[in-house]
Design a protein. Structure first.
Length: 309
């Protein structure tokens, strides 16, 4: 498991260091809705041989408290931008999953000087034709989007489920076969959930989910913003993702000459957890092909922050 650090960005921000050579490219993992830095624990061993990998906890997620900050999409993007300013000496490789893919993409569009390359893993990017979403997933988002209803729904669910049941429910939605996730990584997720204030976490989840739903429902402005991305993009997507359909992923890549789409067969929404070997290989192969563009830019010290006691 990684080492923990905190920095101050108008409040504490937790980040994890998975290690790797100090003179290698710096990869920065950005988790999705309801996730944490641990979402990158399974794939980390496949990447740290030649890269440095760190992962940040977004507002109200993992070990980053809200501390008066707002965990909407803009709040997460602002946190990521401030985080990169503090921990990186130069451009990095951003790696984002789901909502974290959107956050990473927006940060890349807004500050191209901070990002040498972008890796998107089943990203929740705006598109005019999102494709068919699983009815169970759609129902969950509709319930959470309604003020009052979402709070009661999550409160009732929280009362009747343990931390372990919560983790296994999420893995059951995001993975085709949750048994593929390494057991030690599952246990780490359970331990983090047990230690967290789940009521506060649900509040941050609702704010983030509502902001994400609003962004996805009105794709025009966000798509225009994302069109400004200049960095090369690797898009990894699970063939059987029930949250972001593969059809949407294919449309995201249409007409983008510097956008590489790779599909993980029989894999769901979180290939970095369910298929870490495949994910690590695809990422490293792509980084190798881009070594001339990336390696010289994405060098770093990643020395900011103090270990959590």
């Amino acid at each position: 498991m990684p080492t923990s650090h905190t920095i101050d960005l108008d409040g504490p921000v937790h980040w994890a260091d998975y290690g790797g050579p100090g003179d290698g490219p710096l990869l920065v993992g950005v988790h999705g809705l309801g996730g944490s830095h641990l979402n990158w624990a399974a794939v980390a061993p496949r990447l740290v041989g030649r890269n440095r990998l760190i992962a940040v906890d977004l507002l109200g997620h993992g070990r980053t408290p809200l501390a008066g900050r707002t965990p909407d999409i803009d709040g997460h993007v602002a946190l990521l931008d401030g985080f990169l300013e503090q921990v990186a000496d130069g451009p990095v490789v951003l790696v984002g999953n789901s909502m974290g893919g959107l956050v990473a993409a927006l940060a890349t569009a807004d500050r191209p000087d901070r990002v040498a390359a972008l890796v998107l893993v089943d990203p929740a990017l705006s598109t005019t034709r999102p494709g068919l979403v699983h009815p169970r997933v759609l129902t969950n988002f509709v319930l959470c989007s309604v003020p009052g209803v979402g709070e009661r729904y999550l409160s009732a669910r929280r009362r009747r489920t343990t931390a372990e049941q919560t983790v296994r429910r999420v893995l059951g939605t995001t993975c085709v076969d949750p048994a593929r996730v390494p057991p030690d990584v599952v246990e780490a997720h359970i331990a983090l959930t047990e230690a967290a204030d789940r009521q506060l976490g649900d509040g941050a989840y609702l704010t983030s989910a509502r902001s994400l739903s609003w962004t996805m429902a009105r794709p025009g402005p966000t798509m225009a913003r994302l069109a400004r991305i200049q960095a090369p993009v690797l898009h990894l997507h699970g063939e059987r993702d029930v949250l972001i359909p593969l059809a949407a992923a294919r449309r995201m890549a249409e007409g983008r000459s510097d956008w590489t789409l790779e599909v993980a067969r029989d894999i769901g929404h979180a290939p970095m957890l369910e298929a870490p070997v495949w994910t690590g290989l695809r990422m490293q192969e792509w980084l190798d092909t881009r070594s001339g563009d990336i390696a010289g830019d994405a060098r770093q010290s990643a020395g900011a922050g103090a270990p959590v006691s």
